[in-house]
Design a protein around this ligand. Structure first.
Ligand SMILES: Cc1ncc(COP(=O)(O)O)c(C=O)c1O
Length: 398
């Protein structure tokens, strides 16, 4: 296989060569422990401080409000469990949505087993949380509201500022999972009125295994990793200095690209969406047509399995993913698509393609040429397709 067309930026992105270059010295000559007093260590401390300032500036925060973590999953866990255990005397109610990433849903389930009550708000057919539902669900017992900025599967961008405004009028804290939106949408923690915001480096062309949690000054939370005094005693453990430096560099690069590159990516996204809907019958767009991540395409192809499409695309060198989360033992449809009101059958036919900043028009043209042929071929082998389209004349949902 010669060239790979990588369309799975929501899963991860390749590290930018500039990021790798910035990290490199921190593995070898600048390897000092940032907690030491000599200059080698102080150099590492300065590198962390510099990255912290870069991340803080990018999201309108103060440097001391940034806690470096091992990634989005840790940031979400820290935000949710950290606030829950520090505030349980005030109340034990948490509000989240049915379309959150597992890194939010699983800590919530964990807390439910420990006496917390969690409300999983429904979403509409596009995946939007209704801010009025947040308002109606807040009680005296509510200590935390956790709503994602943009959905990792269908790309829907939540009315996060409206939700933030509602939560602001209540003593509850507001956590936003911004793992997918960092570097793709402008983020300002004050505009969001957020108290906690999660980020991950490997989604924005930085290294894997590093991320950050924004924690607004004055937020009452407990650390759940204990040991040394790193990260102002909020997250013990020797810092991942090359990772933090790389994350800082990735954020620095992402800044100007928000205005310069992202609109181009969005144009390619729209070309891919429109082309696929035009060229295939019985297909529909998952998520909202415009209020979606600039790089997210998620199409449901009815009467066939998304997994078969992925394997056929892989054969041609195209990396995409299904809308469904597969575990090794079961093949459960995506909880996000089910929350959007889709049947199990329809949810199984979804394919997510998330563009990188390196995706070219030729890549999109290639997919537009090949994917409809794959869909046609799979449908020609599908008894279900024949049965449904012949017997019932199901109208196209385009
Ligand atoms: C919305 C969202 N939150 C959290 C995570 C977890 O991030 P990480 O892979 O850095 O642990 C992901 C990863 O896909 C995500 O998409």
């Amino acid at each position: 296989m010669s060239k790979i067309i990588y369309l799975d930026a929501a899963a991860t992105t390749p590290a930018d060569p500039e990021v790798v270059k910035a990290m490199q010295p921190y593995f070898t000559e600048k390897f000092g422990n940032a907690s030491t007093l000599y200059s080698l260590g102080r150099e590492s401390r300065a590198a962390i401080d510099n990255a912290r300032q870069t991340v803080a500036d990018f999201i309108g925060a103060k440097d001391k409000e940034i806690v470096f973590t091992s990634g989005g999953t840790e940031s979400d866990n820290f935000a949710i469990k950290g606030v829950a255990f520090a505030n349980e005397q005030k109340g034990k109610h948490i509000i989240t949505s049915a379309v959150e990433h597992h890194a939010v849903i699983e800590p919530c389930k964990f807390l439910e087993k420990r006496g917390f009550k969690v409300t999983y708000l429904p979403v509409d057919k596009y995946g939007f949380v209704n801010p009025e539902d947040v308002k109606k669900t807040l009680t005296k017992e509510t200590i935390l509201v956790s709503i994602m900025h943009a959905n990792n599967e269908v790309g829907t961008v939540q009315p996060i500022e409206q939700i933030g405004k509602i939560v602001k009028e209540h003593p509850a804290y507001f956590h936003v999972d911004a793992v997918q939106s960092l570097g793709r949408l402008p983020i300002n923690v004050d505009k969001m009125q957020a108290d906690l915001v999660s980020f991950s480096s490997h989604k924005i062309y930085g290294p894997k295994g590093v991320g950050a949690l924004y924690v607004r000054s004055g937020t009452k939370m407990v650390a759940y990793q204990h040991g040394g005094e790193q990260e102002r005693r909020r997250r013990a453990g020797t810092e991942n200095i090359p990772g933090i430096v790389g994350f800082g560099k990735a954020v620095e690069i992402a800044g100007p690209l928000l205005a310069n590159k992202i609109p181009e990516v969005a144009k390619l996204r729209d070309k891919l969406i429109q082309g696929l809907l035009d060229k295939t019958d019985y297909s529909h767009l998952n998520g909202h047509p415009t209020k979606r991540l600039p790089n997210n395409v998620n199409i449901g192809f009815e009467y066939i399995e998304g997994e078969s499409i992925i394997l056929n695309l892989d054969f041609l060198g195209v990396c995409a993913s299904t809308g469904s989360a597969c575990s090794s033992s079961t093949l459960e449809p995506s909880h996000v698509l089910l929350a959007l009101g889709q049947s199990h059958e329809v949810a199984h036919g979804s394919v997510r393609m998330t563009l990188t900043r390196y995706t070219t028009e030729e890549d999109i043209d290639f997919v537009l040429e090949k994917l409809p042929l794959i869909v046609e071929k799979l449908r020609s082998m599908s008894p279900l397709f024949e049965e449904r389209t012949n017997k019932f004349q199901t109208p196209s949902t385009k």
